[in-house]
Design a protein around this ligand. Sequence first.
Ligand code: ADP
Ligand code: MG
Length: 420
Amino acid sequence: MSDRLDQLDVEGKVVIVRSDLNVPTAKDETGRIVITDDGRIRASVPTIQSLLARGATVVVVAHLGRPRGEVVPDLSLSPVAARLSELLDAPVAFIPQVSGDEVDRAVRALIPGQVALLENVRFDARETSPQAEERGSLASEWARWGDAFVIDGFGVVHREQASVTDIAGLLPSAPGLLVARELASFQRVLIDPERPYAVVLGGAKVSDKLAVIGNLLERIDRLLVGGGMAFTFLRAEGYAVGASLLEEEMVPTIRELMDDARRRGVEIMLPVDVVIAREVSADTEVRVVDVGEIPDGWMGLDIGPETARRYTAALADARTVVWNGPMGVYEVAQFSAGTRAVADALARSSGFTIVGGGDSAAAIRSMGIEDSRFGHVSTGGGASLELLEGRTLPGIAAWLRVEAGSPAAGTPSPSTGDMT
Ligand code: ADP
Ligand code: MG
């Protein structure tokens, strides 16, 4: 095991790269699958290119969607191979199986220095099996022809899966450039961050992000809450929230959390006004009301303009900002202004900013804001949340210990070569 890609012996070798190519897709008028956001494919290119430059033959392993161990033609990686080829400006051989004799033959037929992509690894149920032997049997099929392994799919490093952890136990392995960059960015906000430190949380459910709040509360100065989860906070403060998203059973937990924040001197900011409607649609009637005035049958679908102004002001002097989760139903134009305001505030910030979460990253791209305006745009939703929760991720545990707050955090740990 190596903790660095440049220490891995790759020249003249077949290197298996686990990338995260799980991109959003849609069907066009002709029924053809098109990629609607190629951000993750782009993010996978540097590692592949650097391996090619060092004389490796690269076989990419990746998944798309949730086929649950079955072959689902709409979830084929074939369109992704075409896009990857365009971005690499090199041919990518698409191998329409996950493992087995055909794959063995196809890999052996590759010209040295070529790139190949295997079919959706989750077409094989062994990939995500809870049984280590099943995962191991799939991984050992790849190890028949693979000489080395690189984990570059940050979106899957929190998973114990054949193409993430099991294969790493069989071959000399190292983290790819993307995973290394993701880890370095999260370490920067977990270990000795510059202050003031603000966290903006939104998205649908508070229960998804409770552990993150718990872990970050001791590190941050301000927590700005938006999105659907804000209504559980507002409920905890005694407001009626109409038909807004509400996790009633979480209210006591949120009350405790807000008390805890007060004791620690962390400022929690909640919406003071909201954009409401009776349904989520592009042409429905919308109103802006103060949070105390949401009528029955109406739901809050975005933070209001006064809240957006306050949040922008609260982010202006922050030296560290972590943002996860849109402020409203940004997919619909009339509920996207709050998300845009937060995105703009981060883009303007001179502090170190991280955008985490699949929807948040999609939101900034749909708004046409360049990734380069942020300190880091994470490619992993779940993985970034688990890092912010302070957990050690199985896919990187062998190389790095990202245990928030521990003195050893961020320094490569002596590797045992044991992935179990
Ligand atoms: P991320 O992927 O960035 O972590 P989430 O998946 O937690 O974010 O949440 C994104 C979803 O939350 C979006 O589909 C968005 O429409 C929805 N959402 C945001 N605000 C609201 C709201 N007020 N009511 C209902 N849904 C909301
Ligand atoms: Mg999401």
